[in-house]
Design a protein around this ligand. Structure first.
Ligand SMILES: N[C@@H](CCC(=O)N[C@@H](CS)C(=O)NCC(=O)O)C(=O)O
Length: 219
């Protein structure tokens, strides 16, 4: 039995849910509430830092959303592969997946963490730096997407990372002045796998403290 541990609002959980829905994999979702000590302990038992998501099949557990997608694509293949099996050919997808996690997801997270968890005044110090990095990342993605429907060939690993990253980053720091990126976001949002993820997260969107830009219609 394959189990995904995570939460519908968690961006990295969403990244793996998109892959599972794209592949049509049968799995159980164990919703984890990190506000509960029992669930925090559960998460620490399946992921070294107690972060979500984690994936388990029998005795095998895996953390890191990108590795989960890679593993799922190999061990639970769907109608279309999410990553080229040839290592060199898969590099662009891996590169952009890392880009989306580090340059988009993490920059967005710094601003959100400063508002929610840090001392007063932190957001004013942290946010300008992170917003400037997001501007650079949006411009790079806009260039990359010129003439492409998806980031690296067919819909795949990097596109699974892209929706949650752009959804939350766009609510924190809008990217409406980037037409290729905006069109790409709309293509992502139209995919059935992503609509399922949005529907699952909708009851919790009220918890997210930023509501600007293109994501606002969902929040
Ligand atoms: N690199 C990890 C990141 C996982 C991560 O940061 N998860 C967040 C939720 S989206 C989390 O569990 N945060 C709570 C914490 O850090 O304690 C991955 O790709 O899975």
């Amino acid at each position: 039995m394959l189990t995904l541990y995570g939460h519908p609002l968690s961006s990295y959980t969403q990244k793996v849910l998109i892959a599972l829905y794209e592949l049509g994999t049968d799995f159980t979702f164990r919703e984890v509430n990190l506000g509960e000590e029992a669930d925090r302990a559960l998460m620490r038992s399946v992921e070294p830092m107690g972060r979500m998501p984690a994936l388990r099949q029998g005795d095998f557990t895996l953390s890191q959303s990108s590795l989960m997608i890679e593993w799922l694509d190999r061990h639970h293949p769907g109608p279309q592969s999410l990553l080229d099996p040839e290592p060199d050919a898969s590099l662009p997808a891996r590169q952009w997946d890392r880009f989306l996690d580090f340059q988009v997801m993490q920059m967005m997270q710094q601003i959100v963490d400063a508002r929610i968890f840090m001392a007063e005044g932190a957001e004013e110090r942290v946010a300008p730096f992170a917003r400037a990095k997001l501007d650079l990342a949006y411009a790079a993605l806009d260039r990359r997407l010129d003439g492409r429907d998806w980031i690296a060939g067919g819909f795949g690993l990097a596109d699974c990372a892209a929706f949650p990253a752009l959804f939350y980053a766009g609510a924190v720091h809008p990217f409406a002045d980037h037409p290729q990126l905006t069109g790409y976001f709309e293509r992502l949002a139209a995919r059935p796998s992503i609509q399922r993820v949005i529907a699952g997260a909708r009851p919790y969107y009220g918890w997210f403290p930023f509501k600007d830009g293109i994501a606002a219609r969902f929040l």
